[in-house]
Design a protein around this ligand. Structure first.
Ligand SMILES: NC(=O)c1ccc[n+]([C@@H]2O[C@H](COP(=O)([O-])OP(=O)(O)OC[C@H]3O[C@@H](n4cnc5c(N)ncnc54)[C@H](OP(=O)(O)O)[C@@H]3O)[C@@H](O)[C@H]2O)c1
Length: 170
């Protein structure tokens, strides 16, 4: 459907690919928030309506904010609302990279189209009610990894990982 631009999923997950609980993130990691900001700033971010609702500051500043919702008449200050993935792809066809920032249902929708994954793997178990979709890691190549030890402000060990989709032979 789209072979040139990057469709990039970015998520922070626990040991079991936990994503969130009661419409909140698993934990507060300022270093991960900084990482998220440095990657997404001046780009387009795509999120589900529940993730939009969960944002403490909205829209995410200095980014084009796109929200997916089934509600036809929904308007959100500072965001563009679309009702289908195809509408989003059409409206962003000139964007070099789309950052898919969650939540679970939106990762599930975009994973088959994605060619890049930024995963922050938090080395802990969390209570969760939403999970990242199952990934076939045979189809992805780890291209970057950086371990970050816990300290006072960031109380979990975690690892930044970047994966790129392996080329497929038709
Ligand atoms: N760990 C992370 O990196 C991370 C990142 C983001 C979010 N999260 C967490 O994930 C959780 C939220 O995830 P979620 O899966 O419950 O909600 P979500 O994906 O953020 O939003 C779900 C909403 O998106 C809309 N939607 C979903 N599929 C659609 C489709 N095919 N067509 C049109 N609209 C569609 C619907 O909105 P309407 O109801 O308005 O129709 C649906 O209720 C929270 O706990 C949040 O903190 C974690």
């Amino acid at each position: 459907m789209n072979n040139i631009r990057n469709i990039t999923l970015i998520a922070v997950v626990g040991n079991h690919f936990e994503l969130g609980y009661q419409n909140r993130l698993l934990c507060h990691l300022p270093k991960d928030l900084h990482h998220f900001k440095s990657l997404t700033l001046n780009h387009t971010v795509v999120m589900g309506r529940k993730t939009w609702d969960s944002l403490p500051i909205k829209p995410l500043p200095q980014r084009r904010n796109i929200v997916l919702s089934r509600r036809q008449q929904l308007t959100l200050s500072g965001a563009e609302v679309f009702n289908s993935i195809n509408e989003i792809l059409a409206a962003t066809q000139n964007e070099p990279e789309l950052f898919i920032i969650g939540g679970a249902s939106i990762y599930q929708l975009f994973l088959p189209l994605a060619n890049k994954l930024h995963l922050t793997r938090v080395l802990s178990d969390f209570r969760a009610d939403v999970y990242f979709p199952e990934i076939d890691f045979n189809a992805w190549q780890l291209v970057h990894e950086a371990k970050v030890p816990k300290e006072k402000e960031n109380p979990y060990n975690f690892t930044f990982q970047t994966y790129e989709a392996k080329a497929t032979i038709d």
